[in-house]
Design a protein around this ligand. Sequence first.
Ligand code: AMP
Length: 408
Amino acid sequence: MSYINTYRTKNNTNSRSRKWNNSRPTRSRSKSRRIGQYIDPSRFIKIATASNEKPYEPKHTFSDFLISDKLKSNLAAKRYITPSHIQDQAIPIGLSGKDVIGIASTGTGKTAAFAIPIIQNLTTDSSSSAIIVAPTRELAQQIEEEFRELSRGCGLYSTLLIGGASMGRQLSELRRNPRIIIGTPGRIMDHLKRRALRLDKFNLVVLDEVDRMLDMGFVQDVSDILKQTSQQRQIFFFSATMDTRVRKLIENFSTNPTTISVKAGLASENVHQDVIKFQHNNEKLDKLHDILINKDVSKAIIFDETQRDVEHLAVELVSRGFSTEALHGGKSQGQRRRALSMFKSNQVNILVATDVAARGIDVADITHVINFSIPKVYDDYIHRIGRTGRAGRVGYALTFVENRSNSY
Ligand code: AMP
């Protein structure tokens, strides 16, 4: 039986919910949702599989790594407290200069696993340059953002070479000889063919999501790019799967790589994920109410889109008798601290929050993450659900999805 059905037993039609919904009759959630990336709802559904498995225990802390204090403080600013499995194992090898093969998918923290050794190398060796090749524009953009945040204050700048973006701007950025290039194979090849880019000094190379690049038919482009990089290079290969094609590509370009394979991501395997379907906005609140009265929901964080949405929802839940606090950027620092400490100390068991306000909050025993609105990008989803299912316990992530078809 689906997890959703266990919460469908009671059909609460409370008059206050009508009032709440009627108070915002013109607001269109589907409209606001279109601003972000489209996320296939099937990505919000996953049975927890590893509830009996012990979570990975990292052997290092970030301060154990031989990296600069600046890099450490940037990690702290991003609230990366402990290294993920792939980071724990790949960072020391990356720092040693050896080639790395990381079998890891999105959600494992793989980006920082290669970004950290690369940034460290670039800041200590001024003759080094790095090129990161990724299959899609979105992934390239995400990688660039991670690099920007992790290298803040290190005097490093990156250039993004992706299709669909201004060629003129990319050409003028390339004239300034950037030391970090992040791009998709097609656009990188365009620049190489125009001789706007030379790679012979690029000695740090990342191929991210190799299997996906090969699926997309980029095998020739990727090989051509690799051939043009420095002969004294270090390569990081990341792939969700290792098959013959991937192995062949690696064998052609690397002689003695170290392989690290991780199963579970940060979006922990022990988070049971499901969707709550609704047809009209005015039934959402009742469905949420039904979820929250379930005895299994002992501590829940509910995400909504804007500060105003969060405030409305928290007021409504309080009026329905749920002990609730709101956390969003419109509150003063003091109010936010107070809301958080009440949630931490179980004085309230429901926290309604925006993504930004909730980033990095560390509350150990959250049983449920409820996405009352769909996150704008999948990365935010990973962040949200990572709040539950900690320390080997099963957590639940429930995402409200408008029911337009029965295809998921
Ligand atoms: P990735 O697999 O690189 O796409 O990372 C997945 C998500 O995990 C991203 O939102 C990262 O910001 C986040 N992340 C990466 N490393 C850590 C860490 N050590 N601690 C907490 N979050 C992390």
